[in-house]
Design a protein around this ligand. Structure first.
Ligand code: NAP
Length: 201
């Protein structure tokens, strides 16, 4: 069976931490492709604080263009209403029938998974890769899984990604304060941020 990595995230903006996480996951789990899916309307966030989906997708497309294993999808951005991961996964299972699905996201996001819509259903559908910042301790989350859902423990994987010391929040704050962001993200993304006047006051 082939393996498809799904990079789920807001990507506001995408940066080298995300790209390194996707590439490390691809290599470690032998993923044939990694599909970046920027969240349309995050169910758990105030949408006014988030850049337009089209802009976030444009930045993702620019960032991944030189990696033949990486591709992107506008499916969540084009879908009406909040972007529930369970709906995305159902569609992906239909569109990629010969692929085992690996959902890659930040460990901080993953530890909230029990509050996601149809969490039980999601947990039976796919494998999870939690990309962790250096020093992040996932033991409390794994203990909770072991206690409450031991059957899925084997499907939750953790990946320490030193480059995740970079964060989208920090990049937005830097732009706002007029500080440099060069080398934290691909140059094409930096230029898009500048051209579109993103994150400035
Ligand atoms: P978030 O709360 O913005 O991010 C949590 C942390 O994880 C941040 O530190 C973030 O760093 C990092 N992160 C996010 N995506 C990452 C990725 N793909 N690889 C590595 N690190 C990542 O989380 P989010 O981006 O809104 O949501 C993550 C995914 O979970 C999305 O696909 C979202 O749709 C899904 N989700 C679904 C539900 C639901 O179905 N009800 C609820 C919540 C989340 P940066 O800020 O630097 O990115």
């Amino acid at each position: 069976m082939h393996k498809l990595g799904i990079m789920g995230g807001t990507f506001d903006p995408i940066h080298y931490g995300h790209l390194v996480a996707a590439e490390m996951a691809r290599a470690e789990f032998n993923l044939n492709k990694v599909l970046f899916i920027p969240t349309g309307i995050p169910p758990h966030k105030d949408r006014r604080d988030i850049s337009a989906g089209e802009l976030r997708l444009e930045m993702v497309e620019s960032a991944i263009q030189d990696n033949p294993a990486f591709t992107s999808s506008a499916m969540e951005i084009e879908r009406e209403g909040p972007s529930y991961t369970v709906e995305t996964l159902r569609l992906l299972r239909k569109n990629w029938p010969d692929y085992e699905l690996y959902f890659i996201t930040g460990t901080d996001a993953l530890r909230e998974i029990f509050s996601w819509r149809e969490a039980e259903e999601i947990l039976t559908m796919i494998q999870f890769i939690g990309a962790a910042r250096p020093g992040f301790d996932a033991s409390d989350f794994l203990l909770k899984v072991q206690k409450e859902h031991p059957e899925i423990l084997g499907r939750i994987h953790s990946l320490e990604v030193p480059a995740l010391a970079i964060s989208s929040t920090d990049i937005r704050m830097r732009v706002k304060r007029g500080e440099p962001i060069r080398y934290l993200l691909p140059e094409g993304v930096r230029q898009l941020i500048q051209q579109r006047g993103l994150y400035a006051e």
